[in-house]
Structure formats: C-alpha cells, structure tokens
Design a protein around this ligand. Structure first.
Ligand SMILES: Cc1cc2nc3c(=O)[nH]c(=O)nc-3n(C[C@H](O)[C@H](O)[C@H](O)COP(=O)(O)OP(=O)(O)OC[C@H]3O[C@@H](n4cnc5c(N)ncnc54)[C@H](O)[C@@H]3O)c2cc1C
Length: 461
C-alpha cells in the first residue's frame, strides 16, 4: 500500500480529499506570489483525527503543512508537494466563560466568529485584522498576528492562556488551561505561538477576553509628514484609552478612495499623510469630549492640518474601511514590493526618509507606500512600481531591494518581520541575519520536537 493510501484508509472519507476543484483555492494565496501543489488534502474534524493523521505521517516520513484561513502573506501555508492539512472543519466553541473572561475554541474558527462569540457575553477579543472574516485563530497564533489594536492589547501572544497541539510524533499536548497563574516549568504553549506550524499543529486555544469598551471614538486626521504623526501619537495618549493609531500616506489613501467600492474621502481637500485613531472610552459623550479636546489642541499647536471626528457608527466604519482596503487598493498602483518591518517607534520618520532615498537610487521613480501600525513601530514598507515600468521587471528587483531595506532595518535596530512571520519568503534572510545563538536555539528546539522534520519542513528554519 502506498503511504498516502495509509492516511486515506485510516481516516474517514469526509476527512480527506484529492478532488482538484476542492483543493484549488488552497493552493493560491492573497498576493498571487505562490502557486502550490499537494497530493492530498486532509480535512480533519477533531483533534483525534489530526493526531491519527500526524502519527501515520511520522511513521512514513510524510511531510505535512497546516493551513487555516490561507491569508498568510509569507508563503508559509502554500504546499509544494507536502500533504496539506486544513483546519477549517475544526471550528467548535468548547467553552465561553464570563466569570474568568476566557474562551476555549478550536483552531479552525475564524477570527470574526470569535469576535461574535465574545460579543454574546459582552466581552471583547481584541485582535482585529482586515482578514478577520477568513483567517483562523490557529493561523493567528501560529503567526503571532498583530493588527490594529496592538498598542493597547498586545499581539496574539498576549491574548492566550494556552493551546492544545498535536506534536510531530502524533501525541497531543494539552495546554488548554485558563489559569491566570501557573508556574510549573517552561511555558510550553508559547513555543507554538509564532512557530508557523513548524513544531506541531495547534488544534485548540484558550483565549483571554476583555471588557467591551462602552464606546469606541474614532477620528481621521490629516498631517504633513511622519514626524507630525509621531508628535500626534504622544499628544493623543490619554491614560490607556488610545487603542488604534494607523498611518496612511496620500498615495495609498488615494488608491483606496478612488478605486475601491463604497469609499469616500472624509476631507474637503487632500493631505500628505493621514492618521486613523481610536480611543476606547466609557460613553459616547466622553469620546466626543476627548477627541475634540485633543484634536482642537493639535490644530492650534500646528501638529495636524485637519481632523474629522466620527459622529456615528456608520462614519466610524467608513473611516476604518479605508485602512482595511489598503492591501486591495494598492493593486491599482501596479506591482508592489512589500515589507513588514518594525523599528524603534521614535525612529519611524528617519527610517522612512533613509529607506526612501535608498530605494529611489535603486529604482528611480518608484513610489514608497509606507503605511500601517505606526503606534507599534510597525511599517508595511511597500514600494509601488514607477509609472510606465514593466511590472515583471520591477518585481524582479525584489531581492535586491530586500537587501537594502533589511540592511537599513538592521542599522535602525529593527526586525525584518513585525507581524507576518518568516514563512518561506524570509527564511534565507532570517538565516543570514539572525544572531547565531538565537538561530542555534531555534534549530535545537525544532530538532527536539520534530526530529524527522515533517512539520512544515520548508518554513522558517
Ligand atoms: C487583507 C489582509 C490583511 C492582513 N492584515 C494583517 C494584520 O493587520 N496583521 C497581521 O498580523 N497579519 C495580517 N494579515 C496576514 C494574515 O491574515 C495573518 O498572518 C493571519 O494570522 C493568518 O491566519 P490564517 O488562518 O489565514 O493562516 P494561514 O495563512 O492558513 O497560515 C499561516 C501560517 O500558520 C500556519 N498555521 C495555520 N494554522 C495552523 C495551525 N492550526 N497550527 C499550526 N500552524 C498553523 C501555516 O502553516 C502558515 O505557516 C493580513 C492578511 C490579509 C490578506
């Protein structure tokens, strides 16, 4: 019997497929950068089926790649011959606890379904990404996703008590605690956070919930440059109310409002840069007062050019929608070379200036679109192709541009991956740039937990 047949025989017929039409959407990804192939897609319905499948893979040295919502941006979920294991059928809510502010949910649940479940008990799971309708909590944990509210709530790593995971041996690690205190050795659940499926398959997670703010006050502001945006960040902090601080340059803003459906420019005249701000407050009245006081003062002192304060939920949604459409909107600018980097917060304006000069020297006429989570020091440093340049020729320069951007990131004491992970895209960069001691520790952990290298073998290290 062929090795794959052993998997097919052991699992129920509903838990695997070789139908090319069903598999096809799992082989392409958001950026159209990778096109994968797989001999078999497993679609387990519970942890026991995942464990059985992985045990057989271990016995026969079959390589396996986990996939959640397939919204990853670094090629970590596109199989190139590995067996693909989709977690999407594993989406049950196992526990919802208003007393402990916690929830236990299976790995294939979408982030949006988790928001809805938390909502039913007047709680908030504060991870918000534009991909939340599709991405899964297993993928969020495995990439340690960030999103729009990190400056108040932290990354996914900060939002979890523990995980259940199937190890490369097929054994089940049960770390599904909801204890707020547990000092019994290494925090093993954390090994799986940001591991991108290289150490095992997360099958469920115990998540932290937070009180729902009474009101979220949103505003959009026009500023002259990133230096003003940084000054505004300091100005807008008010206790711990500030929960979002996202920045968009005019080129990106225009690409969205001019091209994406149902968009409108909230300003009467254009601004060089835009900042989207949320404050979590108790009441609508407090939100309006806080926003008016902060922003009126910022206009008077010349930090900002203009501001629009959302007057209702519809306006608030319209403002956020501009940010959420940034990835899609950039497609109208032609080819894009993209980086997800982080630098020390206060150095963002200098980084943008320095990197801008360097890429202009490399590709005259190219158009940087530096946007994103400035409140966390995280820039999606994207570069749109020059007008009239051949798209493929431009994209062919990705590696050369990478070297320059990553050298600059290193010089600023930053990180080459802020929130998207390493995947296959940045694997070589990690190997070349990481501290050798860190690299050796990563490899030691990988070999200890996956000695045959069957778990997502081409990813990260
Ligand atoms: C429009 C758009 C906006 C985005 N915005 C953000 C953003 O603001 N912040 C941010 O951080 N990311 C963002 N992303 C990236 C992406 O949504 C996140 O990385 C997300 O966490 C991936 O979840 P997923 O379920 O789609 O994972 P997938 O893409 O399926 O997989 C991602 C990685 O996790 C592994 N994996 C998936 N599930 C499991 C599991 N159960 N166990 C072990 N390994 C697993 C995969 O093998 C792969 O390496 C965005 C993506 C898009 C398309």
């Amino acid at each position: 019997m062929l090795d794959l047949d052993k998997l097919k025989t052991a699992l129920p017929t509903q838990s695997w497929t070789q139908d090319p039409d069903i598999i096809a959407p799992h082989l392409t990804e958001w950026r159209d950068k990778y096109q994968g192939h797989t001999p078999l897609m497993l679609t387990p319905r519970n942890t026991a089926e995942v464990a059985l499948a992985v045990k057989i893979c271990a016995q026969h040295n079959i390589k396996i790649m986990p996939q959640g919502g397939n919204t990853g941006l670094v090629g970590g979920q596109t199989p190139m011959g590995e067996v693909l294991l989709s977690t999407r059928k594993m989406n049950k809510l196992r526990d919802l606890n208003a007393v402990n502010n916690s929830m236990i949910v299976e790995a294939g649940a979408t982030l949006q379904s988790i928001h809805r479940a938390a909502d039913t008990i007047e709680r908030k799971f504060p991870l918000f990404l534009a991909s939340q309708g599709s991405c899964t909590i297993g993928g969020n944990l495995s990439t340690n996703a960030g999103g729009n509210h990190v400056l108040k709530y932290g990354t996914t790593k900060d939002l979890v008590f523990g995980v259940e995971a199937v190890l490369a041996s097929g054994e089940i690690y049960n770390g599904l605690t909801s204890l707020r205190k547990d000092n019994t050795g290494y925090d093993l659940s954390r090994l799986f956070l940001g591991a991108e499926g290289t150490l095992g398959i997360i099958t469920a997670a115990s998540l932290k919930l937070f009180p729902k703010p009474g009101y979220i006050q949103r505003a959009i502001v026009g500023v002259d440059n990133p230096t003003s945006a940084m000054a505004l960040l300091g100005h807008c902090r008010a206790g711990d109310a500030l929960s979002m601080f996202e920045v968009i340059p005019h080129i990106g803003f225009e690409a969205v409002v001019n091209n994406m459906p149902n968009q409108r420019d909230p300003f009467a005249s254009p601004h060089p840069w835009y900042v989207l701000i949320d404050w979590d407050v108790e009441t609508e009245e407090l939100g309006a007062k806080l926003a008016q006081a902060k922003l009126a003062n910022a206009v008077e002192t010349g930090i900002i050019r203009d501001a629009v304060i959302a007057q209702n939920e519809t306006q608030a949604a319209q403002i956020l929608s501009i940010r959420e459409n940034m990835s899609a909107g950039q497609k109208f600018l032609g080819g894009s070379i993209k980086f997800d980097i982080t630098v020390p917060l206060q150095t963002i304006p200098e980084f943008i200036k320095t990197a801008g000069k360097k890429v202009e020297t490399l590709i005259p006429g190219c158009r940087p679109v530096s946007f994103g989570h400035f409140g966390d020091g995280n820039i999606h440093y994207n570069i749109a192709q020059p007008y009239g340049m051949d798209k493929e020729k431009f994209l062919g320069k990705w590696q050369t541009v990478s070297e320059v951007i990553f050298d600059t990131v290193d010089a600023f004491g930053g990180s080459i991956s802020a929130e998207h992970g390493i995947g296959t895209m940045k694997k070589e960069d990690l190997v070349r740039r990481a501290d050798p001691v860190k690299l050796a520790m990563l490899k030691t952990i990988k070999v200890a937990l996956d000695p045959q290298n069957i778990m997502n073998p081409r990813v990260m290290i």
